[in-house]
Each structure stands twice: as structure tokens, then as C-alpha cells.
Ligand binder design. Sequence first.
Ligand code: UDX
Length: 431
Amino acid sequence: MTITFIGHGYVGLVTACVFADFGNQVYVIGHTPEKIQRLQKGDPLIYEPGLKELLEKNLKANRLHFTSEYQEAISNSNIVFIAVGTPPKPNGEADLSQVITVAEKITPYLKNKLTIISCKSTVPVGTNKKIEKVLMQKKPKNAKIAVASCPEFLREGTAINDTINADRVVIGSTSNEAIAMLSKLHEPVAGKRVITDLASAELIKYTANAMLANKISFANLISFYCEKTGADVENVLDAVGLDKRIGRIFMDPGVGYGGSCFPKDVKALINTGKHLQIDTSMLDAVEIINAQTRTNFLNKFYINVKGKNIAIWGLSFKPNTDDIRFAASIDIIKALLQKNYHITVFDPVAMNNIKKIFQEKITYSDSAYNAVKNADALLILTEWNEFKQIDLRKVKDLMKTPLIFDGRNMYKPTTMKDLGFVYHSTGRQSV
Ligand code: UDX
């Protein structure tokens, strides 16, 4: 098949590379010429494990074509995926301007052979109907189109594997031809098929993300109880998670969720709920608790830290990505800068992105060890693999004061006590 992706972010680029790798001809449209040139040369623009290799392989095989022109791509494609951003507006509503703009840009090049227009961007329920309206109003008279919603569930850091080995493939459409064509395209993808209507497909994506964010906030809420009562959150959640109806996965407490999806999608679902006059208190609480994870972490820090030289390990919103959108590190660095702390940071891949925000206001270190030299305290905000078995004796020798605030519960309190650290983690007693 010949397909087009409009947008080359984490969803657009990863999915384009995977479908090219399955043997399809894939166009990717972007609007910044400099970025298109870099993509054409095999630079994925983002850090995602395995992506550069997949991109280079499929460019070489002439199956991937990056362009800023719509005409060739759209007129040759059986399926056009919209995969542009839907960032939150100040009131939390998803900003659909990019989605609607690209829908308008597609229209002049639609032909009288059927083209499926499918939205991969996360959009509020009802948006695909709006896209359909724009297309129907502006398309050439004889052009044939069908609209479908095909949400994406990939996680950054494991995006390629998630795309190939999906838990489910959701296709929402009223057009049998669209369902047949999208089902055919997804044949090599693992996972159950869910064929449904447009509104359900749109809501499935928000429900999944809100449910996952809910699990995290619930675990964090219980961690607050544990800290006040002497209970150990890991023991509590391990035991509760043994109930098959609950499960232990995705209930790790700490400095809360960040990233490009949960914060934005919970907000957008709240906003949709308000429009529909639904009481969104439960979703409001998910957001409130997530913000409290960061203030709770900072309060422990303020009470216990005497010196001003602070080291931070981990800046990305989770490991294996350079993405810092809504990362805990941003909130925590901002709060510490307001109180005039000297901050030295280290992250294996996200340093350049954090530099764009804080520039010379903080110090950037080339290794985890160098970051902790003479530090009065170390804050751990992302659970990168390289911190898991780091030489903690060496870390202790390098620090001025052996004091750690672990926002991801990476180490056992007993081990840290034996090593001579003062160690604060989440939902467990400090040692
Ligand atoms: C998420 C969804 O998982 C994915 O299905 C969807 O398509 C996009 O949004 P992503 O944002 O890449 O993916 O990361 P994810 O692994 O879900 O983690 C999100 C945030 O939650 C991270 O900040 C992570 O640190 C945090 N998290 C995750 C916790 O705090 N505790 C957990 O138990 C799990």
C-alpha cells in the first residue's frame, strides 16, 4: 500500500517507519524544511531506541519519503494518517488547530479513487466528525473519502515494539471500505482487533490514558498514607497487586507522571466532561494528586537539606527518552532555583532539551559521578538503568553530605542505611 503520515513526532515517525519496514511505500509530510532535510538524511530528530536504525534502513530501501509538499503524497496514497500535535490550551482543552489545518491542506489533492483519512492524533470525542465535515466541504466534487479513527497506544522508549506488538488495534469508522483497508494495513501488527464507531474509538484512547494516570495517582495517594503511618508502600502495593482484578503494574509511586500524553489527555477529558456537564471530580483528583507528588517531594527536601549545592539525576519524564514535556524535573528545578540553590544535573540523553529551558541558570555534568561531586544532596527524578547498579560507595565518597531524595524508589532503604546514606524515598520510612 501507499500511505502518508502528516506529522513526524513520536507517533507519526515511529508508525511511518514501522509500516515502511512492513514493505509499504510511506510518505511523511512536515512543514519545517530544515527538519525534513534532516529526516531525509536519517536523523530522527528525537531519541527513541532503535528508531535511527529503522529510519536509515527504510530510507535506503526507498520506502520512506519525507516532504513538505502535499500533492504527490496525498494523490498517491490509499490511506492518509493525521499525526500532528494536539497540545493543551491554557483552559486544558485540546488545541485542534493543527488537525483542522492539515485536513484542509489535504483536500485539493483527493482523487476519485477512495482515500481513507485516519486520525492517529489523540483528539476529543467528536473531532473526527469535524474532520469529515471539513473534508466534505472542501474536497473536489468527485473525490471519494472515508474517515476513520485509529488511535495509537505506543509508549515513548518502547515505541517500536509497542507499535509492532500492540495489545489491540482500534479502528473506528462507519465505512466498511475504511475498516477493510485499515485492517489489511495492520495485518502484520499483533494484538486483538476492536472495530467500532468513531466516537468510541476516540474515547477508548482517552479512557486508557486517564485510567493509567488514575492508577499512578492512586498509588501516590496511598504512598502519602504510608509516609504518615509507618507502612511501606512497596509492600502494600505488592500485596494489593496480587489480586488479579487489580494487578501491580503501573502503580509505581514517586514524583508523578509527566510526558506528552497523560497531563494533556487528563486535562482534555476533564474539559470535554465540563462541556458535557459531567462531574469530573475523579479526574480532577488525579491531577491534584499528581501535583502533590512534587510538592510532597520538595517539602521533604526543604526540611532535611542544609547546604545549597544540589545534584539531580534524571531529567526526562521517564527513562529511554529525551522528552522532557511536563517532566517532574522542570517543576522541581524551577522551585529550587526560586530558593537560590546551585543545581548540577545529569541525564544520559535529555540534557540538550533541559538546556533550552534553563540555559546557564544550572550546571550540566557529563556523568552521574561528576554531578554529585561536593553535593549537599542528590535528587533522583528518572529511573534510568545506569543508576540502578551505580557504585553507591563512590557516590557517597564524592558527595559532601551523603543525603539522597529518591523520587523513583530505586534502592532498598536497608542497603542505603548500611552504606551510610541518609535516604528519603516515596511511601517508605526514611533511613
Ligand atoms: C503513555 C501511555 O502509556 C501510552 O499507551 C500512550 O500511547 C501515550 O501515553 P508515555 O507517555 O510514553 O505513554 O509513558 P508511560 O510509560 O505511560 O509513562 C507516563 C508517565 O507516568 C511517566 O512520567 C512515568 O514516569 C509515570 N509513571 C508510569 C509513574 O509515575 N508510575 C508508574 O507506575 C508508571
